[in-house]
Design a protein around this ligand. Structure first.
Ligand SMILES: [Zn+2]
Length: 345
């Protein structure tokens, strides 16, 4: 393993490991890839390696020296974590009572200027300074322009790590001055294994969540627990729905009216459900299903709902997702959607 405790991403880690061992470090790295796959964990492991006290380079980070432990506790003066105030508040690193105004959701030009000032000072304790910008795409335009100056005249013995799930939001000039380390989704079996290791529970459920998460351990952990049950409940509610019962439609649609992300997740569950039913209708084996725990229900619906109606529903769900992404009221979109389903659930 290139870095202790990091799952997957062998190629990305190998590149960072080679840079560390050869001491040919780039002054800035862009760690880009999907949400929840461990990019920030890698950034912290890399930062630890750069400040670790252990002599033997290939053994860094040792995880047990004072420097490693300080990074672990967010207390190393040469490892600077820069994030929007709102992010720091949600992680419990900052209290909103310490702020004069509502916490900012962006990294602003003054934040970057303050970073610039700090990186021009020599390291306090380590040989090296590390700045982790997370998520880097939260820098607004002028903050990014300010960062360009730092990227163009890199301070000595300093490494910048830009962590992002939305690299497109960064200026091309910022991106081009960083060495890009790309992260992909984690393999499904790895996510499933890690879910079982952390949360217990059965393998089958873990595999379903791993598939639904699209290879994001963070998302799978969010989906686990109550949410695994919530998926089943949503599908069973959907199957039991009578489109001619106005009251039932309204209360089903009500479940989508929270935040937009929650509505999108629920539509994703519905979409995967009808894809399973359609696959079963064309004779696919249950092993390729996204909802293997509901194999009996899939089979029943495949016999009950005509294939052309399934295709129509999948298209309608895709349309509903576009509407909700475009800020149309989720409850109204959902009422319209399910009212349009022909026959029961
Ligand atoms: Zn160490």
């Amino acid at each position: 393993m290139a870095f202790p405790g990091i799952l997957g991403h062998e190629r990305a880690l190998l590149r960072l490991r080679e840079a560390l061992n050869s001491d040919r470090l780039h002054h800035a790295y862009l760690l880009a890839g999907p949400e929840g796959v461990g990019k920030e964990k890698v950034a912290l492991a890399f930062a630890k390696s750069l400040v670790c006290d252990t002599e033997e380079r290939s053994s860094r980070p040792c995880g047990s020296c004072a420097a490693c432990r300080k990074v672990e506790h967010g207390a190393h003066p040469d490892v600077i974590l820069a994030m929007p105030q709102a992010e720091a508040v949600s992680r419990g690193l900052l209290s909103s009572s310490e702020l004069d105004a509502a916490p900012s959701r962006e990294l602003r030009v003054n934040d970057v200027r303050e970073l610039e000032r700090r990186v021009r000072l020599p390291p306090y304790e380590a040989r090296h300074k590390v700045v982790i910008l997370t998520p880097a795409d939260k820098m607004n335009q002028s903050a990014q322009n300010a960062l360009l100056k730092t990227l163009e005249e890199p301070p000595r013995a300093t490494t910048l790590l830009l962590v992002t799930a939305a690299a497109d939001m960064l200026l091309p000039t910022v991106r081009s001055r960083c060495a890009r380390i790309s992260f992909g989704p984690l393999p499904v079996d790895l996510v499933a294994r890690e879910l079982v290791r952390r949360n217990g529970g059965d393998q089958e459920n873990a595999e379903v969540l791993a598939v639904l998460s699209g290879g994001s351990l963070g998302r799978a952990l969010d989906l686990d627990g109550d949410a695994g049950e919530a998926r089943r409940k949503l599908i069973l509610d959907l199957r039991g729905l009578d489109p001619s019962d106005g009251g039932a439609l309204v209360s089903f649609a009500e479940g989508f009216s929270g935040n937009r992300q929650a509505a999108e997740n629920r539509l994703e569950v519905m979409s995967l459900w009808y894809r399973d039913v359609l696959a079963a209708a064309s004779g696919a084996s249950p092993s390729v299903m996204m909802n293997p725990d509901l194999a009996r229900e899939i089979d029943a619906d495949a016999r009950r709902i005509p294939a052309e109606e399934l295709v129509r529903r999948l298209e309608a769900i895709a349309g509903a997702r576009r509407d909700i992404a475009g800020n149309v009221n989720a409850r109204l979109v959902m009422e319209g959607l399910v009212a349009g389903f022909e026959g029961a659930g």
